[in-house]
Design a protein around this ligand. Structure first.
Ligand SMILES: Cc1cc2nc3c(=O)[nH]c(=O)nc-3n(C[C@H](O)[C@H](O)[C@H](O)COP(=O)(O)OP(=O)(O)OC[C@H]3O[C@@H](n4cnc5c(N)ncnc54)[C@H](O)[C@@H]3O)c2cc1C
Length: 830
């Protein structure tokens, strides 16, 4: 079908000169010369780290970059990804002039079509986030569309989103421009120089090539779809299998279309079109069109033993497979009928790497010191600029300007085997443009880790969600509840889950609930001075021996790295309990800082935790245990519950009287049976979320992130100013300077159908004054609640503000700096 060569006419190693002065030493070696690796080199050099080398096994761009369509959207529903893309686009506008390398970069704007009310709500949300980031995304009515895109059929549309910054760039030119800039600053690029392995020399890395070894401080895996192969070299040093799958992605270019040519000569280039509900992009390319679908019937490559990944696929493509795209072609022809008037010209079917969630791996390499990842990009052209900046910050400063957890490689832990990666990649690719509703669970890759209570939870009607691979109950369904995926396709709070969550919250408030918090992360810090080590990392006062306390860990800017529960076992042993998803992140934060002699061990897989909480929790437990249930809030005791040895921690994230019962996995069923027989009602994570927001308890990587300092997070009461700790001087300076924003609880005066999603804009007198970080219906207080960050002068109880939720502004009121539910904490201390 295609006349496009599957081997592009680029120079080969044979006719390319070898490097005269091969560098044997560098500060950083980047493996991979695609758009992302080269941008990382450029940004390292910009940061003053010019003594860096990039190795490319073939010519620059030989991986996915050379054949990319080069579309450059700013659109994302992830705050971090939008930040990254916004930065890229502003860089691309000035790069050609900055490095004196002219590029084909067309900022045409784009139209993203919406077929449904829910899609238009998604667009409103992105528009709000974009506005907050300084971009001018615009909602379009159906009637406006033809004026911007005359060839469009619009009868079945609900509207559209216009992104004025969108466009297309020549990916090879972009890469060459970044390379030129990097070289101008003194960085080196070695083409036709494959890295062949790594080893250690003391604290340094040695990167091996056929031309010689390079000793360096830090290494970056930017090998694109070869990242897994490169990642294997790091296994002897603590690395893991890189969680990714290579998919094929196709687009085709049509022959010139006379109508388009005529229109274009008078009007310029059409905006880029995305029909996200049908799942494709359509872009003008010269006087033809370029159609690129993300098809449901997609294909993973190099996943079976009979189809191994070739050692070298530089500048190669997969055979055309247009049959797979037929439905999309027909749909696009109905949408833009001139598409049907031209024959297919070139077809590009190239490898594109996918992490299970479709976001890149960008940040510290899990388990390995001084190694980083900037790989597995599915939108690596539009993200390359921002990704280079983020990578350079990780390498040079050990932290990033924006919180980048959604792209952090440590978000995946040991459950991401090959089958999981493939199932998820196929699902994510086929739904690349899908909406991610808060109630919807993507079905692929379920059941990776089951607790010993799984059968019991199922029998009780649990509807599960995955937390670091562990299945936990989100809510418990009753007879007749609609459990279809269709029922979850809403941004609104109402749905089959709503009355069930209400009942679960009421059970906790009025009696007693039990929640299996399977997969909590548990770390043990041991060795001489273990407690002093933890004390120096956290801003918080450690609890007395035999007690549990909450501790906040800032970075050197005073921003919130993490929050953990600390159990003080004595000077040489500290137990830490933290979120399931924080498992590798938090363990690394500790071991990267640990001095010799201090060990950090992970016991997460050995212990189950049941939260038994509610006003009647003492009565429920009293018949089952020898424990002293009169010990106060934050006490810790070893005890026996239902005949099983447990640790009882008197804490409750639900904000009621309660205990966390920590026990061996095998003992959990007996304890579950006993507490439920004694009247405890199973409740799920979604009820817990509502209960914790009513108490103003923050959640990690929502309310607590490196976007905010401890002071901004309203956590000063957890700071022990009387001791030295990481980040103290920055926090003192910030206190003196005054805060830019501050944590606040808001209630909506007349709530709409949806609660505030993450990063909803807060308005006051027509100006933007903050953002929400959590939003939920509080069943005990019967209010829609938002937690968020607000301009400090407005953090006065009673202040009226507005919260923008899916494009509509709702009146809200600033609440006192205390929990909405049980402000005196009488119930947890009862
Ligand atoms: C058909 C198609 C269309 C696309 N369209 C778009 C688009 O419109 N917009 C967008 O943003 N993205 C698009 N993408 C995705 C985009 O191409 C990638 O995300 C991007 O190119 C990734 O860049 P990279 O630098 O991470 O990886 P790559 O470009 O794959 O670069 C990795 C490099 O590492 C080198 N390498 C590997 N192993 C070694 C080694 N051992 N030693 C030295 N070097 C090594 C490889 O030779 C390669 O050059 C498209 C992808 C496809 C397949």
């Amino acid at each position: 079908m295609s006349d496009f060569p599957t081997q592009a006419p680029f120079p080969t190693q044979a006719n390319f000169p070898t490097q005269a002065n091969f560098p044997t030493q560098a500060r950083v070696v980047i493996i991979g010369g695609g758009a992302v690796g080269v941008s990382a080199l450029y940004h390292l050099a910009k940061a003053g780290w010019t003594d860096c080398v990039l190795l490319e096994k073939n010519e620059l761009t030989a991986g996915s970059t050379w054949h990319a369509a080069g579309n450059c959207p700013s659109f994302s529903t992830s705050w971090a990804v939008m930040n990254m893309q916004r930065y890229s686009l502003s860089l691309y506008r000035r790069l050609a002039a900055e490095v004196d390398y002219p590029m084909n970069y067309h900022v045409t704007g784009s139209i993203r079509l919406g077929h449904s009310r829910e899609r238009m709500q998604e667009f409103e949300r992105a528009r709000g986030m974009g506005r907050y980031q300084g971009m001018a995304l615009e909602m379009l009515q159906v009637a406006d569309l033809k004026a911007r895109y005359p060839f469009l059929e619009t009868h079945d549309l609900a509207g559209a989103l216009y992104d004025p910054d969108d466009g297309d760039i020549d990916p090879a030119q972009l890469t060459q421009a970044l390379a030129k800039g990097a070289r101008q600053m003194g960085a080196q690029i070695l083409r036709f120089t494959p890295a062949t392995g790594v080893s250690r020399a003391g604290d340094d890395w040695v990167v091996h090539t056929a031309k010689g070894d390079i000793r360096c401080e830090k290494v970056v895996n930017a090998a694109g779809y070869y990242a897994r192969q490169v990642g294997e070299w790091f296994k002897p040093y603590g690395g893991r299998t890189v969680p990714m799958t290579v998919m094929s992605h196709q687009y085709f270019l049509t022959e010139p279309i006379p109508e388009l040519e005529e229109w274009s000569r008078a009007n310029g280039k059409l905006p880029l079109l995305r029909d996200v509900d049908s799942s494709y992009y359509l872009r003008q390319e010269k006087y033809g069109l370029n159609l690129g679908p993300y098809e449901r019937n997609c294909r993973a490559h190099w996943v079976a033993p009979h189809d191994p990944m070739p050692d070298d696929f530089s500048f190669q493509l997969f055979p055309d497979d247009l049959e797979r795209l037929e439905w999309y072609m027909e749909d696009a022809m109905a949408r833009v009928p001139i598409l049907a008037k031209a024959g297919v010209g070139k077809v590009i079917n190239g490898p594109i790497p996918y992490a299970p969630d479709g976001l890149p791996l960008l940040g510290p390499m899990p388990g390995v010191k001084n190694a980083y990842e900037a790989c597995v990009f599915t939108f690596g052209i539009t993200q390359a600029g921002g990704a280079g900046k983020v990578l350079a910050e990780w390498v040079t400063e050990g932290r990033t300007e924006w919180d980048m957890w959604s792209c952090d490689p440590r978000r995946y832990t040991d459950y991401t085997d090959a089958a999981y990666c493939e199932d998820k990649a196929v699902e994510t690719y086929g739904h690349e443009y899908a909406m991610h509703f808060p109630w919807h669970r993507w079905p692929a890759g379920a059941d990776k880790k089951l607790s010993s209570l799984h059968g019991r939870l199922q029998a009780a009607g649990a509807v599960f969600g995955a937390y670091n691979g562990w299945e936990r109950a989100n809510w418990f369904a009753g007879p007749g509840d609609d459990l279809s995926e269709d029922a979850t396709q809403t941004w609104e709070r109402a749905g089959p889950w709503e009355p069930r969550i209400a009942a679960e919250c009421a059970a906790v408030r009025d009696h007693c609930g039990v929640l299996a918090i399977t997969g909590f992360t548990r770390l043990l810090i041991e060795g001489p001075g273990a407690r002093a080590f933890v004390d120096g990392l956290t801003a918080s006062k450690l609890p007395r021996e035999g007690r549990v306390g909450l501790a906040y860990f800032p970075d050197d800017r005073g921003r919130i790295v993490t929050e953990m529960s600390v159990i003080n076992h004595g000077p040489d042993k500290v137990g830490l309990i933290t979120a399931g998803v924080a498992q590798w992140h938090d363990a690394e934060h500790l071991w990267r800082h640990a001095p010799p002699g201090i060990t950090v061990t992970d016991h997460s897989d050995k212990v189950e935790c049941l939260l038994v909480t509610g006003s009647a929790a003492r009565a429920v437990l009293s018949g089952l245990t020898d424990a002293d249930l009169s010990l106060p809030w934050l006490s810790v005791q070893e005890a026996v519950v239902a005949g099983c040895a447990v640790s009882l921690l008197r804490v409750s994230f639900a904000g009621e009287l309660g205990w966390e019962v920590h026990c061996a996995l095998a003992d959990a069923p007996a304890i579950w049976d006993a507490v439920t027989a004694a009247g405890a009602v199973p409740f799920g994570m979604w009820a817990l979320n509502s209960l914790r927001v009513e108490k103003g308890y923050r959640a990690w990587k929502g309310d607590l992130s490196t976007d905010y300092s401890l002071l901004e997070g309203g956590l000063e009461r957890f700071i022990d100013w009387g001791k030295e700790f990481n980040g103290k001087s920055a926090l003192l300076a910030e206190k003196q300077r005054g805060l830019k924003k501050r944590f606040v609880t808001l209630t909506l005066d007349a709530p709409g159908a949806a609660d505030a999603p993450y990063m909803s804009t807060i308005w006051h007198e027509g100006g933007i004054v903050g953002e929400t970080t959590s939003g939920v219906w509080g069943h005990r207080v019967a209010k829609s609640i938002a937690l968020g960050m607000l301009r400090p002068d407005l953090c006065v109880p009673g202040t009226a503000v507005e919260i923008e939720i899916f494009g509509e502004r709702f009146a809200a009121t600033v609440q006192p700096d205390a929990p909405l539910w049980d402000p005196a904490n009488a119930r947890i201390r009862a």
